[in-house]
Design a protein around this ligand. Structure first.
Ligand SMILES: [Zn+2]
Length: 191
């Protein structure tokens, strides 16, 4: 039995026994929060429980590396719609330790793609960017916070925080609070 059939069979039972009732909630996030985090499979329930979030509390945007820069349109659009349509007031950018996307190299991925018999242009800048790791963890979180914060359609009142999570223990390290972001911007303006 393939995974799809397994899922469909389970789902029939899930709905028939009304297990969904435990998850019923409003589409408006009750904590008025949006979270951007890595797609990492370790960060599904762990991420939410470590942040004391449950169904209905926040809009969750999952993207490789929690990297806003590489999925700019999609992530920013999700956040903007979260703000204007779902009344989100606070955004949490959550990177994580031991992220597979951190040290990614284009050569490594190109080799794997070519091994599938797919021809690619190794000089294509978009492909190179796709598969280049983000390097320093904290710096990446700060960069992603700045990208969100500086978007012209995101109002000044929206708080944007940067965090790192341990994918084993769920421990959160604060990288940057919204207040620190604003202070930094003011400093830059004064230069
Ligand atoms: Zn990751």
């Amino acid at each position: 039995m393939g995974l799809l059939q397994e899922i469909l069979d389970y789902n029939q039972e899930f709905v028939a026994t009304k297990q969904y009732e435990a998850f019923l909630t409003s589409k408006y996030p009750s904590k008025r929060a949006a979270i951007v985090a890595c797609m990492d499979a370790r960060l599904i329930e762990l991420l939410l429980q470590a942040m004391n979030m449950k169904n209905g509390d926040a809009n969750l945007v999952k993207v490789v590396g929690g990297d806003v820069s590489q999925a700019y349109e999609g992530v920013i659009r999700s956040l903007i719609i979260s703000i204007y349509e779902f009344h989100v007031e606070e955004i949490f950018i959550v990177g994580h330790h031991h992220c597979g996307a951190q040290h990614l190299t284009p050569e490594q991925v190109f080799n794997e793609i070519e091994a599938e018999g797919i021809n690619i242009n190794r000089n294509n800048q978009q492909l190179i960017d796709y598969f280049t790791g983000f390097g320093d963890l904290e710096e990446s979180v700060r960069k992603n916070v700045a990208l969100v914060k500086s978007h012209p359609l995101i109002p000044e009142r929206i708080k944007v925080h940067g965090l790192l999570i341990d994918p084993e223990t769920g421990k959160l390290d604060l990288v940057q609070t919204a207040n620190q972001v604003e202070r930094k911007e003011k400093e830059l303006l004064m230069v």
